[in-house]
Design a protein around this ligand. Sequence first.
Ligand code: GLV
Ligand code: MG
Length: 317
Amino acid sequence: MGSEYRARRTCLSVPASSERFLARARDLAVDEVMLDLEDSVAPGAKESARGLAVQALRDGGWQGRLVAVRVNGVTTPWAYQDVIAVVEGAPGAVDSLVLPKVSSPAAVIWLDVLLGQAEQAAGLPAGQIRIEAQIEDAAGLAAAEAIAAASPRLVSLVFGPADFMASVGMRSLTVGGQPEGYPFDAHHYPLLRILVAARAAGLQAIDGPYARIQDTDGLRRAAASVAALGYDGKWVLHPAQVDVVNEAFTPPADDYARAVRILQAYDRATSADGRGAVMLDGEMIDEASRKMALMIAAKGEAAGLPRPSPAAGQGEG
Ligand code: GLV
Ligand code: MG
């Protein structure tokens, strides 16, 4: 993760069939707005939703947020037209397309090739539009590493808990919730597998939605737990979820300050003093500490935390 890291702490899924929700999305403090053409849009409304999404993209007004569109999956009759409509109808308006139900690298390669053609036709720079791949079934999870490496356009892997729970037969009817009767975290394995596959390919890892909108404590617990695991962000479905999820994925100010101090101390130690390991606040820090600190510093910076003031020499010894 470097200076190009963009925060995706909150990715708001908005049904593109609703003009009201599309309008309201512009006022929410989310890092990414995702106009959804897939599962939150009824089959009979797919084409009108596509038109509304293109219009919303043309209207703009996203105020620096990342803008994504979730197209329909590659086995549906809508997918290719979704892609063409968005890229040619609103050239340059989207940062990424979210591809759902990715069960093999072939789906990502299909989108990569189609985007290459659509970009040329729309006069856009090659490779500008990024891909976010949703892993949400057993086959997709089993192929997570190959999917993550399938295209240089990929920027994130996204866990889709609802489809995944259905795919493996998990006994629960709550999206993102835990099945009754299983004493551990039922999502731990897919979450960690997706995280490792994403990081192995240099991608972000994003958790999917938590559907119990009124259950703020449950959302806070779920978000804090995936943030601690290393995830970059989580989908949100409702304005009431935004602050809780932003907070969970923003590094605590103390962690950010310490990460910056580690980077400064390590830089001084290696460049000025020629040492590869140095004490900071009673802890030995070295190259591995620098990597851990870089990750937290990048997330803090991308989240817009105020840069801590330099603390020259503080705590060293
Ligand atoms: C999201 O797409 C999910 O299936 O949870
Ligand atoms: Mg899904």
